[in-house]
Design a protein around this ligand. Structure first.
Ligand code: 1CP
Length: 365
């Protein structure tokens, strides 16, 4: 079976991120940034110039290069494969375009329950998303063991919201109306997305991903009741099924869940088979520790806009954040992705501050 054949990857030199994810002791707090590959980097803008976004996603060489770019500049403890969450709806048969200035756009979104018939009934994930698996394998080689490589997916609810809204939205009233008008069809769609996502994540691990993050970026547009009905069961199902399958071959790959703005869901998320719960910036670190009861590692959650502050201020903000979370079972990150107008120098200051303050705090203990 070619899929599971050993690929002779270079040996990992920095396992701090994986140790923190598994709840093992670390000398310093590991750090990476969501959207660390992005338009705030001049080399990213130059490389992407004139190329279609999803063409770039389909080129393993391009994805590898864009994944490596931030690692050449910053002392990050992890990397995340360059791709997008919307490759999954594409694999299910939907068309998605990246419209410059507008973001991802579905020319023909799902409008009625009958539109589910437009989706492929059987999705051959190995074939449809082979280009992502190739990108991961290539990047694992080219990264030379510097840091671990994270694979990722969008979560079912977030993907469903794009498939029905057709793009980002202020109110999400179209997709939310499905939950209230067609709850059963909504569950059918979420279940089908879940099945594809499980195969997709397992394929990413087989290709070389050393950790997995599940992005439920639109969790916060639901209240706690709808979250429990339409997000949580699928998030749990994904982690349980992926973990169970990996266990059969003696593998254990840390899994991270990022349910943005789902503050009411922290306790449930900490009991959902994930190793790490990633937090947006609206959550108090100490409260998050209380609600997750030390059962999981935490990741996050500096306000991305704090990167607009002067360097000395960034250092202070990081110190306060570390005091809140503590230096163990913790992965420093932003509370959401970077913005294109951010200064790369500020990212360097953020990374340095995490490493410096956490080393000092560990010595004092
Ligand atoms: O042309 C460009 O470069 C466009 C910007 C861009 C980038 C750099 C998009 C369009 N996607 C990406 C890459 C990407 N997307 C990564 C790669 C690696 C990294 O983080 O360094 C990841 C993990 C994603 C995941 C993603 N895509 C999410 C989940 C995370 C989040 O931000 O909440 C979402 C919601 C998307 C959809 C998407 N893709 C791109 C944009 C601008 C958006 C958001 C649109 C919206 O607001 O609805």
């Amino acid at each position: 079976n070619e899929k599971n054949a050993p690929k002779d990857f270079p040996q990992l030199k920095n396992d701090t991120f994986l140790r923190a994810a598994r709840g093992e002791q670390t000398q310093h707090v590991p750090v990476w940034c969501m959207r660390q590959a992005g338009r705030y980097l001049p080399e990213f803008r130059e490389f992407r110039a004139g190329k279609d976004f999803f063409d770039t996603c389909r080129s393993p060489e391009a994805c590898c290069e864009l994944t490596l770019q931030p690692l050449r500049r910053f002392d990050f403890d992890a990397s995340i494969i360059f791709s997008d969450i919307l490759v999954v709806p594409q694999a299910m048969g939907m068309e998605v375009q990246m419209v410059p200035g507008k973001g991802p756009t579905f020319p023909d979104p799902l409008k009625d329950p009958e539109d589910l018939q437009r989706l492929k009934t059987k999705v051959d994930v190995q074939k449809e998303l082979d280009y992502v698996f190739k990108a991961i394998t290539l990047t694992r080689h080219k990264i030379e063991g510097k840091v671990p490589l994270i694979g990722f997916t969008g979560a079912p609810w977030t993907l469903m919201s794009y498939m029905i809204e057709g793009s980002g939205s202020k109110t999400f009233s179209k997709v939310k109306s499905w939950l209230y008008r067609y709850p059963e069809v909504s569950h059918m769609l979420l279940k089908r997305l879940t099945d594809v996502i499980v195969d997709y994540l397992l394929g990413q691990v087989a290709a070389g991903a050393q950790a997995l993050q599940v992005f439920e970026s639109h969790a916060g547009i639901l209240g706690p009741v709808e979250f429990k009905a339409f997000c949580l069961p699928y998030l749990r199902d994904i982690a349980r099924r992926v973990k169970d399958q990996l266990k059969e071959t003696g593998q254990d790959v840390p899994m991270i869940v990022f349910a943005k703005d789902a503050h009411y869901g922290l306790e449930d998320l900490s009991q959902s088979y994930y190793d790490v719960v990633s937090l947006d910036w609206t959550i108090d670190p100490r409260l998050a520790r209380e609600q997750t009861g030390g059962k999981v590692s935490l990741q996050g959650n500096m306000d991305p806009c704090a990167l607009y502050a002067p360097k000395e201020r960034i250092s202070e903000i990081v110190k306060t954040m570390l005091e809140g979370f503590g230096t163990q079972r913790y992965i420093a990150n932003l509370g959401h992705g970077m913005y294109p107008d951010m200064d790369p120098e500020s990212v360097a200051a953020f990374v340095e501050a995490v490493h410096k303050h956490s080393r000092q705090m560990n010595k004092q203990q």
